[in-house]
Design a protein around this ligand. Structure first.
Ligand SMILES: Cc1cc2nc3c(=O)[nH]c(=O)nc-3n(C[C@H](O)[C@H](O)[C@H](O)COP(=O)(O)O)c2cc1C
Length: 475
């Protein structure tokens, strides 16, 4: 599967794609997307014939909102359950990473249309205004922002939101400390603008790499090549010389100028938490000097919704990472699930076969402090080994029947974010972004586990035997 179009075609063949015509870019696309994302297994939505725009200029949303499509995007077994996907990803990251550099070719579909100088018009595309209180139209929600480190020459990309302000003026919101932020500051320190190329629709594997925390100095192009075991095909940008994927749908090229040169007020924007946490503030301007796009381009839309519109891939990757980290420290971990809300960071469920007193609490405390999970967690729930942590109904049952409110532990002063809607104004003003986290033992008390009433849940052997014999009647 080479590009976004192939992915959408596969989703169509699987009966998981719906084309909708005549929607309005102004709130309607965002609202339909959000409404449909709240139902189980939502299809991909492809909006065409959008109000005020030519037929063929499309917006695609809810792309990776199901287990099956996440599996398709990441090259995993299509019928796998949530926890099986986590296992499969865990096996992938356990292997040595063999980075594969991209291959450069002279041209590709992305250069079918090239607009430079006065021809640049960011309003050419039916970019949605996603949520009612958004400060504008966001063209970059399912995007990747490509930059080159000016000292060492390696290429980085990350998914950072991009707001349109004018025909050729945009802003890119990058949280302080992200690799993209550190790189652009290196240019600014020399009084230069930072050259960037932003793709707004690309192969799913590239987008998966873009949102992943790949080590400093390692290019996401090479990481994506490793994921699919073949090189990514790129071609030189027209304005910046940065390598861009030949199959990208839309590419914006230009530079992010130093903040002292020019800024615009960025935001507010409906964020992954489901709130407008970070408000609006001046951000340095992205001067767009060239736009490249395929014929009949598809703008990838991944604006946050409260439910799983894009984060399932994140859920799988974060859960696999935590499971691997825990396995290195303690025995008995049977599964991990980072629930698919708030960027898959806030609620973590660990399934554990308790082997000694304090084991369950130790698992939770470890998770609370590990490098990959410490940021933004709110609740850690430990369940027994008979509970599938990726099955929220089972987790709620465990919470209802084994979770004792008396035993909830509160950990104060945890690593937080300005996106946190619960951050009191006075703490925010002081720059204190820390928050409390709660640890819930929704598992049987270790010291009288054996006296706990047996559950009516069928044992594994019986469940598997029944499924093997009767599944065919339900497919
Ligand atoms: C859908 C989506 C939207 C994101 N939006 C932003 C954003 O607006 N700003 C930001 O700093 N990070 C955002 N992130 C997180 C970064 O993409 C992620 O941390 C990535 O690893 C950053 O790359 P870097 O480490 O190379 O800087 C987003 C991630 C996803 C999946």
């Amino acid at each position: 599967m080479d590009d976004l179009r192939d992915f959408i075609k596969r989703a169509e063949e699987m009966g998981e794609c719906k084309v909708l015509e005549h929607a309005d870019w102004d709130l309607e696309i965002g609202n339909i997307t959000s409404w449909r994302s709240s139902i189980p297994n939502p299809p991909v939505l492809v909006f065409d014939n959008i109000k005020g725009y030519k037929k063929g200029y499309r917006v695609a949303t809810n792309l990776f909102a199901t287990n099956r499509r996440t599996a398709l995007a990441l090259g995993m077994p299509l019928e796998a359950s949530g926890i099986e996907l986590v296992k499969s990803w865990q096996a992938k990251i356990a292997k040595k990473m063999e980075l594969i550099p991209p291959v450069e070719v002279a041209t590709g579909p992305v250069k079918e249309n090239i607009h430079l100088g006065d021809e640049v018009d960011l309003f050419e595309f039916p970019t949605p205004k996603w949520h009612e209180l958004d400060g504008g139209r966001y063209i970059g929600t399912g995007c990747m922002v490509i930059m080159r480190d000016p000292d060492d020459g390696w290429l980085n990309f990350g998914t950072y939101r991009v707001q349109i302000h004018d025909k050729s003026i945009a802003t890119v919101y990058i949280s302080p400390g992200k690799q993209g932020d550190l790189i652009r500051k290196k240019y600014w320190a020399k009084g230069k603008g930072c050259p960037v190329a932003v793709t707004c629709g690309q192969a799913p594997v590239l987008w998966a790499a873009s949102g992943a925390a790949v080590h400093w100095g390692v290019s996401e192009y090479e990481y994506a090549g490793w994921l699919i075991n073949e090189p990514i095909e790129v071609t030189k940008g027209v304005v910046t010389d940065l390598p861009i994927p030949t199959s990208a749908e839309i590419v914006l090229e230009g530079e992010i100028v130093p903040p002292e040169v020019d800024t615009r007020v960025e935001g507010p924007f409906g964020e992954a938490t489901g709130y407008y946490g970070s408000g609006a503030r001046p951000e340095p301007v992205f001067r767009v000097k060239g736009i490249l796009h395929r014929n009949n381009p598809i703008l990838q839309g991944n604006a946050p919704n409260i439910f799983h519109t894009y984060t399932l891939g994140t859920t799988i990757k974060r859960s696999a990472r935590l499971w691997t980290d825990l396995d290195q420290q303690i025995p008995g971990v049977k599964g991990v699930w980072n629930v698919d809300v708030c960027g898959s960071r806030a609620i973590i469920v660990i399934s554990l076969e308790q082997k000694y007193g304090g084991h369950a609490k130790q698992a939770a405390l470890l998770a609370a402090g590990l490098a990959n999970t410490a940021y933004m967690w709110r609740w850690i729930i430990v369940v027994d080994e008979d509970i599938d942590p990726s099955n929220i109904a089972e987790v709620l049952w465990a919470l209802a029947t084994r979770g004792d409110p008396e035993s909830v532990d509160v950990i104060r002063g945890c690593w937080g974010t300005s996106l946190d809607p619960q951050l009191p104004p006075e703490k925010r003003a002081r720059g204190d972004l820390t928050h409390s986290g709660g640890i819930i033992m929704a598992c049987k008390p270790y010291h009288w586990m054996k006296e706990f009433p047996p559950s009516i849940k069928p044992g594994q052997e019986l469940a598997e035997k029944t499924k093997a014999k009767w599944s065919k009647f339900f497919s």
